[in-house]
Structure formats: structure tokens, C-alpha cells
Design a protein around this ligand. Sequence first.
Ligand SMILES: Nc1ncnc2c1ncn2[C@@H]1O[C@H](COP(=O)(O)OP(=O)(O)OP(=O)(O)O)[C@@H](O)[C@H]1O
Length: 252
Amino acid sequence: MAQRHPGELTGAASTGRDSVVTATGVRRDYGGTVVLDGVTLGIRPGEVVALLGGSGSGKSTLLRVLAGLDPEATGTVVVRGRSAVVFQEHRLLPWKRVGDNVALGLAGPDVRDRVRSALAEVGLADRERAWPAELSGGQAQRVAVARALVREPEVLLLDEPFGALDALTRLRMQGLLGRLRAEHGFAALLVTHDVDEALLLADRTLVLEGGRIVEESAVPLSHPRAPDTPGFGLLRRHLLDRLGVPGGATFG
Ligand SMILES: Nc1ncnc2c1ncn2[C@@H]1O[C@H](COP(=O)(O)OP(=O)(O)OP(=O)(O)O)[C@@H](O)[C@H]1O
């Protein structure tokens, strides 16, 4: 896998120079089974792209490649600026307090202030000294978001970040992510199974199937969005059809 630095991109992809993430011809197989078969995509600065696809279609594999976590993949990935990853599981270290988890790997005199500010942004200003085991699932995932935010990323890579949460907490977290994105302007790749989540948050949706991006749709809906936002139902039906859930949309 070629991981290049800004300035080295030679215009190889149509996704090109105005992208904060550019992947070109990404391939990955596991023991001869091809999971990614030449994926090319770009994400523009500040753009939220939702990556949909059936179970096992390779969404998490692609996200790991974009995060630089898969040395076995081939192709080219260029990420301009800092990126941070949020996984479905919070991945907090149980032996470190919340604040120390958020501060992990950071250095400098202002780290504590930055940690406090990130925790305040996710509504957990008062939990800096708590242990991960003392948090609810939603709170732990908010700490994971704070840990990503504190790095001031240009790109957030989100792998089913709310997939393990109950429906109500999930809705709240979607709202939080939308607000943080509006305030900070980071770009994001959001891996999700949830068509509604994709349409609530994304500027564009991609569908991964057979190792390739087979579908790309703009989501030209105004914010804030809800399932009764005009146009939402049509897009929902289109995506569900594309994902092989015909008739799955009941409104629009
Ligand atoms: N470490 C691994 N070793 C072998 N096969 C793997 C490995 N990781 C993933 N796979 C396989 O690669 C395929 C894609 O997996 P991946 O987790 O990327 O899919 P996904 O679209 O994220 O799935 P889901 O939506 O169910 O999380 C699956 O068939 C999976 O079994």
C-alpha cells in the first residue's frame, strides 16, 4: 500500500487535487478471496460521505485501509491532513481515566485544556476523572468521539460508530455528530448499515458491492434533516432498492 503525503499526488485519480482523501485502485484479499477489487474514491474537505453496503461487503476493510491500518492492501491512499478513527466499540483503556484516555498520545502544555474542551463538546465536562467502567455505552462512545476531536482532524473515519447503541442514544449521537461537523468543518467517512443515518448526516452516499463502489448519490437535502424532510423518502427508497431491500421504504 502506497501511503503518500500531500503534494505527491500526481493526478492519478479523477477524485484528484481538491480531495482530502483520495483512494485509487485499492485492492485487498484475504487468502485469495477478493474483498476490495480496485476501489477509487475521493472525499472533499468538509464533506460527509456515507459508505453503505451489505454485511461482509468490505466497508470496514476499506475504512481500515483509508486509516492506514492495513499494510496488506494495495493501491494508493492519500490523506491530506490529520485523520482520526472512531470504531463501533469505544476502545477506551479501562485502566485509564476518561481524561487520560482522551489525552492518549498527545503532548504539550495545553493538553489538559484541549481534553476538557473536547469533553465539554460531547457533553461530558464533568466526567474527566471517571473510569470507563463507570460510563454508559453512549457516554463511552462520546468519549471516543472526544478522543478523535481533540486531535483536530481534517478527516474523521467512523466505522459504525453508533451501531452498538440503543435507538434513542443513537439518534442523540447522530445529532451530536451533525453539530460537531457544522462547528468544526471536518470531512468524514461514515460506515453504516443504516440508510436513515446516512441520509440524516451525509452529503453523498456510496454503495460498496462486489469489491467496488457501484452506486454514488448526492444527498441535496437541507439541514437539519429528519425522515419527513422533503425528498428524504425518495432517496431512502432508492438506496434500499440498491441495497436489495425492495419495498423497504414505506414513505416518501
Ligand atoms: N482479518 C480477516 N481475515 C479474513 N477475512 C476477513 C478479515 N477481515 C474481514 N474479512 C472478510 O472480509 C469480508 C469483508 O469484511 P468487512 O468487515 O470489511 O465487511 P463489512 O462490510 O464491514 O461487514 P459488516 O457490515 O458485517 O460489518 C468479509 O467476508 C470478512 O469475513
